[in-house]
Design a protein around this ligand. Structure first.
Ligand code: SF4
Length: 379
């Protein structure tokens, strides 16, 4: 019953194999290992020496930023790299958010901070207006920490949810440490595309309670074309393993709120369900069969998808838009009538979603975010 409240599928308890001693009793059961009596956020447990080391590492990374796989090497006090963001963060929205998984948003909402800028350039990005350009207000790490406290004290949210933070990790580290001194008591969620470096995840160790990584696509050709990063899957695999090594599988307190662990999201893309199957199989074999997974069906064409093609009919543009394969001849005059990324210019089919879910179950995954069957909270 408890696990149903958490939106999980069956396999509620771990049965103990009878031994000569136990076999004379009725069957024994253990409570699920994913239940915590209480929870103290990890940053509360850092010593002052550990906190000071994190601070100095954060400033060092800002002075020579190679903290994400773009490896710009810029001094962010003077210049901006691919992510467009300098020494301060640019924030578009700070508010209690009710669009997350039930165990994350709870009943008061997740205290979400939507950062502007991004180190990926997904052509279908749902937040492209804030991700692909600088769009918001600038905050120092100390000012950001004060907003965490407002979310806690005024918003009564259940956690601090850092959305698209891969490019502002040093500032996030400084803000969490400052917020701790101001009285923050909430778990920290790192809500990421997974295009993170290992140095970045290491810097976050001891500060983040819940990692909320996406695993978007599997093939390098797909990530090069749709995310503008051909090494995406390789980077994501390494960073997700590092996240899981830090915090393990998702755990809850008895009120149904997630407190610590990894909750992995995969947005099924139209026509790319085979990549989704590769991803869920890899997760089961290389991360954990107890991984909490959200297989998402809400893909809709956004950003550059479905927009009229640019006026050029050149071969390079045709290849970039996926109209022709590399090496093929330029598209004909009809190409001008076509839209960009036409192959993903449709919602995902529910059969495609179901096939990825089936592959996940066959691989041994069993903890999924499912719609509530009773019409209420699915905690
Ligand atoms: S975080 Fe920004 S500046 Fe730093 S390496 Fe990545 S894209 Fe470049």
């Amino acid at each position: 019953m408890l696990l149903q409240r958490f939106g999980q599928t069956t396999r509620p308890f771990h049965r103990i194999k009878p031994t000569p001693q136990t076999s004379i009793r009725h069957r024994s059961y253990l409570a699920p290992p994913f239940l915590l009596d209480t929870y103290t956020p990890r940053y509360q447990l850092l010593t002052s020496v550990e906190a000071a080391k994190k601070r100095s590492q954060a400033y060092a990374h800002l002075r020579k930023c190679n903290l994400c796989p773009r490896l710009c090497g810029v001094n962010r006090f003077e210049r901006r790299g691919t992510c467009l963001i300098g020494q301060d963060v640019t924030v578009n929205t700070i508010a209690p958010h009710f669009g997350e998984e039930p165990s994350i948003q709870g009943w008061n909402g997740s205290g979400s901070v939507f950062f502007s800028g991004c180190n990926l350039r997904c052509v279908f990005c749902q937040n492209h207006d804030i991700a692909h350009q600088k769009n918001g207000f600038d905050l120092t790490p100390e000012e950001l920490a004060e907003w965490f406290i407002k979310l806690q004290d005024v918003g009564s949210v259940h956690n601090i949810n850092l959305v698209t933070p891969e490019h502002v990790v040093p500032q996030v580290v400084l803000s969490i440490l400052h917020a701790k001194e101001l009285g923050l008591r909430l778990p920290i969620i790192y809500n990421t595309s997974s295009f993170d470096s290992l140095a970045s995840i290491e810097l976050l160790d001891g500060l983040v309670d819940i990692y909320l990584p996406d695993f978007k696509v599997w093939n390098p050709e797909t990530s090069k074309r749709l995310l503008k990063a051909d090494d995406y899957a390789t980077v994501a695999m390494e960073s997700i393993k590092a996240m899981h090594a830090q915090v393990g599988d998702l755990c809850f307190t008895p009120d149904g709120l997630a407190q610590r662990g990894v909750l992995l999201r995969h947005l099924v893309m139209p026509g790319h369900e085979e990549e989704g199957k590769h991803i869920v199989r890899w997760l089961a074999e290389n991360v954990s069969k107890d991984l909490f997974v959200h297989i998402m069906e809400q893909y809709h064409p956004r950003a550059h998808v479905g927009k009229p093609r640019r006026s050029t009919t050149g071969r390079a543009q045709d290849i970039a838009d996926g109209i022709i394969k590399p090496g093929a001849r330029p598209a004909g005059p009809d190409a001008e009538k076509k839209v960009r990324y036409a192959d993903i210019n449709r919602p995902v089919d529910l059969k495609e979603v179901a096939s990825v879910r089936q592959a996940a179950e066959s691989a041994g995954l069993w903890r999924f975010v499912d719609a509530s069957e009773h019409g209420g909270f699915n905690l």
